[in-house]
Design a protein around this ligand. Structure first.
Ligand SMILES: Nc1ncnc2c1ncn2[C@@H]1O[C@H](COP(=O)(O)OP(=O)(O)OP(=O)(O)O)[C@@H](O)[C@H]1O
Length: 291
């Protein structure tokens, strides 16, 4: 089995002015679905703030409302009660153009338009805005392709001809086309092999630092969480039960957290990086030591 390499420490959030407003501010959020006997509550008086420069990982069990919360931050879904504010604006009132210039979203499987080539996928939101001539839109899309490590030669390829890692890169370039300060990632490394997942995490770290992005991601993958997040927020029991560094959160007593962090994968992801100094020639092979 191939395993991922031990992650480097995540980047520190960019320094902020003491009175800087949060990039994302969720207050008193209630989300209810269904009616009558079928009604159920997903979020119950949930609070969350995300400061500029953070890379926040949202974790929680299946059905705990992580994706619904991302959609509410993006303005695609409205809360039943409470406020979701993004860069000082109510998320639900941003409109499509406003949302694209403030928030970039990387959907779990890339969600590329299969009938459009790479360039047209990346350029889509900028072209739809209709404010720039076609050649500048094309140049902007090529710059974004380069930013995510793709070549101009990839621009004319169709999504069906791309590897999983390339689909993620194109989707990332598309999410960044309007230079949004906030990037939302839904399972950024899902479906990638360990080496491609490591490469994609490295790219996200570079772009986070180079562009001064604020990132909110949903991930079930502990390697990704440890590689990227400056803070982890845990959704359980319909609210945010704890937030802190990955290591702080891992020690919080809650059945979901124990299950999530304390399994074999969690222990491996939290283990210190292996020491790579060569063994002395005379050292016994490990399987001979206990005879
Ligand atoms: N538009 C909707 N109408 C009705 N129910 C919905 C709607 N959207 C989400 N739900 C329900 O809300 C709950 C939370 O869904 P959500 O997709 O946010 O969970 P999640 O935490 O992202 O789960 P997973 O980790 O499995 O993706 C689920 O029970 C889901 O079926």
């Amino acid at each position: 089995m191939t395993t991922r390499t031990a992650p480097a420490e995540p980047a520190e959030p960019a320094p902020m002015a003491a009175d800087a407003p949060p990039v994302v501010d969720v207050q008193g959020l209630w989300t209810l679905f269904g009616k009558g006997a079928e009604a159920f509550t997903v979020h119950q008086d949930l609070q969350l703030t995300v400061q500029r420069g953070e890379m926040l990982a949202l974790v929680g069990g299946s059905g705990s409302g992580k994706t619904v919360l991302l959609r509410q931050i993006l303005g695609l879904a409205r809360p039943t009660r409470g406020q979701v504010t993004v860069l000082g604006h109510p998320a639900a009132q941003m409109g499509r153009a406003g949302a694209a210039s403030r928030v970039g979203m990387l959907f779990q499987h890339g969600a590329l338009f299969s009938a459009f080539n790479v360039l047209d996928n990346v350029a889509f939101a900028l072209r739809e805005q209709g404010t720039l001539p076609a050649d500048l839109v094309r140049d902007a899309a090529l710059v974004k392709l380069q930013m995510v490590g793709l070549q101009p030669g990839h621009a004319s390829r169709m999504p069906a001809d791309l590897s999983g890692g390339m689909v993620k890169r194109v989707a990332l370039a598309r999410a960044l086309i309007m230079d949004p300060p906030l990037l939302l990632l839904d399972e950024p490394t899902a479906g990638l092999d360990p080496s491609s997942a490591d490469d994609f995490c490295a790219l996200l770290r570079e772009l986070h630092a180079a562009l001064g992005l604020t990132v909110v991601m949903v991930t079930h993958d502990l390697d990704t969480l440890f590689a990227l997040s400056t803070r982890v927020a845990v959704l359980a029991d319909k609210k945010l039960i704890v937030s802190g560094t990955p290591r702080q959160v891992a020690h919080f007593k809650h059945p979901f957290i124990t299950h999530f962090f304390m399994g074999e994968r969690g222990q491996r992801a939290m283990a210190p990086a292996p020491i790579t100094a060569p063994m002395p020639a005379a050292a016994p092979a490990p399987d001979q030591e206990h005879h």
